[in-house]
Write a protein that binds this ligand. Sequence first.
Ligand code: AHM
Ligand code: MG
Length: 340
Amino acid sequence: MKSITTLGEFIIQRQKDFPYAKGELSRLFSAIRLAAKVVNSQINKAGLVDNIMGSMGQENVQGEEQKKLDVYANDLFIKSLMARNEVCGIASEEEDSYISFSDEVGRSGKYIILMDPLDGSSNIDVNVSIGTIFAIYRRISPVGTEATLDDFLQPGTEQVAAGYVIFGSSTMLVYSTGNGVNGFTFDPTVGVFYLSHPDMTIPDEGKIYSINEGNYSYFSEEVKAYIDYCKQPDPATNRPYSGRYIGSLVADFHRNLLKGGIYMYPGSSKAPNGKLRLLYESNPLALLVEQAGGKASDGHQRILEIVPTELHQRAPLFIGSTSMVEQVERLLKGDRGQTA
Ligand code: AHM
Ligand code: MG
């Protein structure tokens, strides 16, 4: 009989990868797992519970309307993480500034978390997949003091762990601590995540390109050239690729991770740095894709090496199968020879 591993068992088995961490990371993951289960149960009720649906009339720091479930997920993840006493600070897409814990227990936490508690939440009302994205770093400020902005402005290369939860046709938690990528599927009947996708790898070549092509006129000539390349027939390179765009980053990323493909949110004349936030959207997914054998770039530079200067900083994102990301990088350098 095939052996079955739960997320809880897996976390304990992998604790030995972090001899310095003495179970701290495991406790953090337990908090994320618990919050994911509770958020999952609320999302599944979204179509039923009228007072969970709709907006609260508030806007977040990016000037976007927040949905009630964003607020709910944000509060729940923060409370759940605080209760484990391992984090000294949290930054979230839904919070204008970072939160640092001033009490003695909070100040003694060694980790900080950056997260997007519910990405793609405009999709909730139409029953489309959404996700939670998180990144975990060791603090750089001294333990025992309050977390500072510098703790949050570390390049993605410093992540000790990152992952996402996808609330889709099934709910999955996918994460990496820098030793490969593993995916766990939630069984709602027993409330347990099971290891369903061990050692995930992304195919080097894919057949899918994902971009909001409605913005075509606003893209640079080089980005347009890559989109045209994706559509140009060439059986040797699987072209034309299939265009697939859910408009929910975690869902688009997850599909391309499994099947091979490229997700793009380039800069444009309307938004020079695109839309996605470096610290809690692009960096965690960049760690995962690299651990799975893929690549993440802003078009010119490795996403993980960008040194952030702001909490809610945006950056263009090209992420997915290595050969596809390398091709778009070549075109962005103006190398049109590859389009022939
Ligand atoms: P959000 O953080 O406000 O939910 O925005 C991020 C989302 C991503 O999930 C998705 O890939 C992208 O925005 C879609 O943007 P657009 O509608 O401009 O294509
Ligand atoms: Mg988001």
